[in-house]
Design a protein around this ligand. Structure first.
Ligand SMILES: Nc1ncnc2c1ncn2[C@@H]1O[C@H](COP(=O)(O)OP(=O)(O)OP(=O)(O)O)[C@@H](O)[C@H]1O
Length: 485
């Protein structure tokens, strides 16, 4: 590996090294990290207990977990800034707590969560500080140092800020300047604590793309990242911390699951694959999002709901019903494998009638669908299904028409609600954003109004509160009427 020990310079401060590499900071040799049985408390508060993990050379590992899980503490232990109560941390085989800080600074650079600096140096000087571990105390910057600094400024798109005082740039700009300083430090290991926290979406992506470039050049990177989707998209591996321990450690798809998010974040979440990035997308709801006016007595009574629809609207209905509590039994289908609604149901382990793409419904599928509709207390049909002209869909709607106890039509704000499908919709009131409360209230209204053929409409995903429905169902955004005509 490149030897920082031998980074000696002459008394005049000039560099006696070979000619300057145009991208000298990219020449670091990869190094591994080994955290072995590390524990750390603050006073009486045990924060990390017997944590062990390894990070391979040239790997990008994300630390995820709820607030206070110990991500920052773990990063500080790896950097050598914080002593463990027990256990060891080695970087490239060197115990970071057993070497002078100059040596650990040659191995590990840090972008902290709080990038506030207590001085007013120009941005270029701040980045240049990253070179200090490579210089003797009294030597000034070498041509190589200057090249590395300019390159780091360019790579983080902070070159245009180079002459401005650090305390006069924005928080997001400062975060990129501190990243530039870490890049200039040219260490084989980089530790980033929430590197995208203050950044706009464009700079978030640019920063993480840059981190991937740095990893491709051989750096080993660990980053605490709250944004689970960005973590899944950019990290090779995720370490999920909870209660001071490593709860899961593995590929993003294995770490981010409905079960782990429920256990660790106390949230009910659907984890689906983003069709564009091909990585995990997380949609979370607080655990047990109880329906507001749902009494204890009612919770004893289970309500079964079948959802007919595809895409985002059906996925939203399914997720919201599933998170309303255990007293709602949800099923969905037919849905095409890979559809958002199918993926959502899969990740929430909801009963679903799934069919292969481009295959027409078999008689067995139709029978299975009809059984579910017949046995459900209510069937939710999404607006696009109601409006569909497809022969297969109309066949399903006929079954709903004849077999469902109660029907709730879920609309989206942007849908054209003027058309009417075979299920005659009553006055389609605009409503509040659909929550488990509004969907379930619609179901309850439908069930109560006329169990034989109740029709109800809930306006899904509208953020506008509108006039109440004609039956005086004020503010709920839900209307229900009997269509016993
Ligand atoms: N210097 C300290 N003194 C006392 N307690 C501390 C100190 N640093 C951290 N803690 C405590 O240790 C726990 C873990 O904190 P840490 O910052 O490591 O969590 P985190 O996972 O990074 O959280 P967040 O996601 O909120 O940044 C918290 O309860 C915190 O209050």
């Amino acid at each position: 590996m490149r030897s920082f020990e031998n980074d000696e310079r002459g008394d005049d401060g000039t560099n006696r090294d070979p000619p300057v590499d145009p991208e000298p900071e990219s020449s670091v040799e990869p190094a591994s990290i080994a955290v072995d049985g590390v524990s750390r408390s603050f006073g009486d508060l045990p924060v990390l207990e017997n944590v062990s993990l390894t990070v391979d050379p040239g790997e990008f590992v994300g630390f995820v977990g709820p607030n206070g899980a110990g991500k920052t503490t773990l990063l500080r232990l790896i950097s050598g800034a914080l002593e463990p109560d027990s256990g060891t941390v080695t970087v490239d085989g060197v115990d970071v707590h057993d070497v002078p800080s100059k040596r650990s600074s040659q191995l590990v650079s840090v972008v902290p969560q709080d990038t506030t600096l207590s001085f007013s140096f120009p941005v270029r000087d701040v980045v240049e500080m990253g070179r200090h571990p490579h210089r003797s105390r009294f030597s000034g910057p070498t041509p190589e140092d200057r090249t590395v600094v300019e390159r780091a400024l360019e790579r983080t798109r902070t070159a245009e800020l180079a002459d401005r005082p650090i305390d006069e740039v924005s928080g997001g700009q400062r975060q990129r300047v501190v990243l530039a300083r870490a890049i200039a430090q040219a260490t084989p290991v980089m530790l980033l604590d929430e590197p995208t926290a203050s950044l706009d979406v464009n700079h978030q992506l640019e920063t993480l793309e840059l981190v991937r470039e740095l990893v491709a050049e051989g750096r080993t990177v660990c980053a605490a990242i709250h944004d689970l989707e960005l973590a899944a998209r950019y990290c090779d591996r995720l370490v999920m911390l909870a209660d001071g321990e490593v709860y899961r450690n593995g590929r993003p798809a294995d770490v981010l699951t409905g079960e782990s998010l429920s256990d660790v974040f106390d949230a009910t979440a659907t984890v689906t694959r983003n069709p564009i990035t091909g990585t995990e997308t997380v949609t979370a709801f607080p655990n047990d999002a109880r329906v507001g006016n749902h009494s204890e007595d009612e919770s004893d009574r289970r309500v079964s709901v079948h959802v007919l629809g595809t895409g985002r609207t059906a996925a939203g209905v399914v997720a919201r019903l599933a998170t309303a509590g255990e007293w709602v039994d949800v099923s969905v289908g037919p849905v095409t494998s890979g559809d958002t609604a199918a993926e959502t149901a899969r990740s929430l382990e909801i009963d679903r009638l799934e069919v292969a793409p481009f295959e027409s419904l078999s008689p067995a599928d139709l029978t299975a669908f009809e059984d579910r509709v017949r046995n459900a207390d209510a069937t939710v049909v999404t607006e696009s299904v109601v409006d569909s002209d497809g022969t297969g869909t109309r066949r399903l709607l006929e079954s709903v028409e004849t077999m469902a106890d109660a029907v709730v039509i879920a609309t989206r704000a942007e849908d054209d609600t003027s058309r009417e499908g075979p299920i005659a919709s009553p006055e389609r009131e605009r409503g509040v954003m659909a929550t488990p409360e509004t969907v379930l209230e619609a179901i309850r209204n439908a069930l109560e109004s006329d169990r034989d053929s109740a029709r109800s409409v809930v306006d899904f995903d509208s953020s506008e509160t509108s006039s109440s429905s004609s039956d005086g169902d004020s503010g709920s955004g839900v209307s229900a009427e009997s269509s016993n005509d």
